[in-house]
Design a protein around this ligand. Structure first.
Ligand code: MF3
Ligand code: CO
Length: 257
């Protein structure tokens, strides 16, 4: 069932989104060579709790941390570890979610550690562009397939892989609500979008195959061919009119034209 949020509920999600954006900005400051993913996780949990929110990933289906920290060919759900030390030349995806006053926010980004290859730099940029191409389609009256089609077309026409086995999702009081929001699809197909729908849109884009595997820890997902992967996610709200609001990117204004 898809839940439509009223203005007061969207305002609650805006507050949660604003806090998550703040947390992500603070995490950016401590990401550098020599840092462990466990230290970044501990800092995330501390920031979230200090502001009266709850880390949504922690204990979710048994997940043991407040962030996912996925390096290079890890796609998503990398478990923070105090023996996992960041190295220059790697790319790191941080995924984090929180619950503020009962309302969820979910967001992810990928950054380079020190200098990275032009290929990895371009991968990060294309993944962010995929997000905006997709989210541009999230207007009332369009369909879910319009989002996925825009993401897939943008990525594949440039030679990148689009992970298919994991998708974006509705979000609200629960982290995962209907509908599912695939990063591939056919224009004009799928659920019709309505004002007040809140979605997490999260392209996972690779330098190679779209195929993935899950490691023996039961969580970490990697590309099957070992190619690097980037992830970019925000929580958005479909507006009555025009382009959607990006709740985890407060102050963002769509460029003209
Ligand atoms: N952003 C991810 C998602 O949308 C995070 C969930 S992972 C878990 O599914 F750690 F919470 F399980
Ligand atoms: Co998500």
């Amino acid at each position: 069932m898809i839940s439509i949020k009223n203005a007061a509920q969207i305002e609650k999600m805006r507050q949660a989104g604003q806090l998550l954006h703040y947390v992500m900005m603070k995490l950016c400051e401590v990401i550098h060579e020599g840092e462990t993913t466990a230290a970044i996780d501990a800092y995330a949990e501390e920031l979230i709790r200090r502001h009266g929110a709850v880390p949504s990933f922690l204990n979710y289906q048994g997940y043991p941390a407040s962030i996912c920290a996925s390096v290079d060919d890890e796609v998503v759900h990398g478990i923070p570890n105090d023996r996992k030390v960041l190295k220059n030349g790697s790319i790191l995806s941080i995924d984090c979610g929180l619950i503020l006053d009962g309302w969820q926010a979910d967001s992810a980004f990928t950054v380079g550690i020190g200098p990275i290859s032009p290929e990895k730099q371009k991968l990060i940029e294309v993944t962010e562009q995929c997000f905006f191409e997709g989210v541009r389609q999230a207007v009332a009256g369009n369909r879910i397939g319009d989002i996925g089609c825009a993401i897939q077309t943008f990525a594949e026409s440039r030679g990148y892989g689009v992970v298919r086995d994991l998708t974006g999702h509705g979000i609200g009081r629960a982290m995962h609500e209907d509908p599912s929001v695939p990063n591939f699809g056919v224009k004009g197909q799928g659920v019709r979008l309505r004002a007040g729908m809140t979605l997490a849109v999260e392209p996972m884009i690779t330098l190679g195959t779209w195929r993935i595997k899950t490691l023996d820890d039961g969580w970490t997902i990697k590309t099957l061919d070992g190619s690097a992967c980037a992830h970019y996610e925000h929580t958005i709200a479909v507006s009555e009119e025009g382009l959607p609001e990006i709740l985890t990117l407060p102050g963002f204004v769509w460029p003209e034209g």
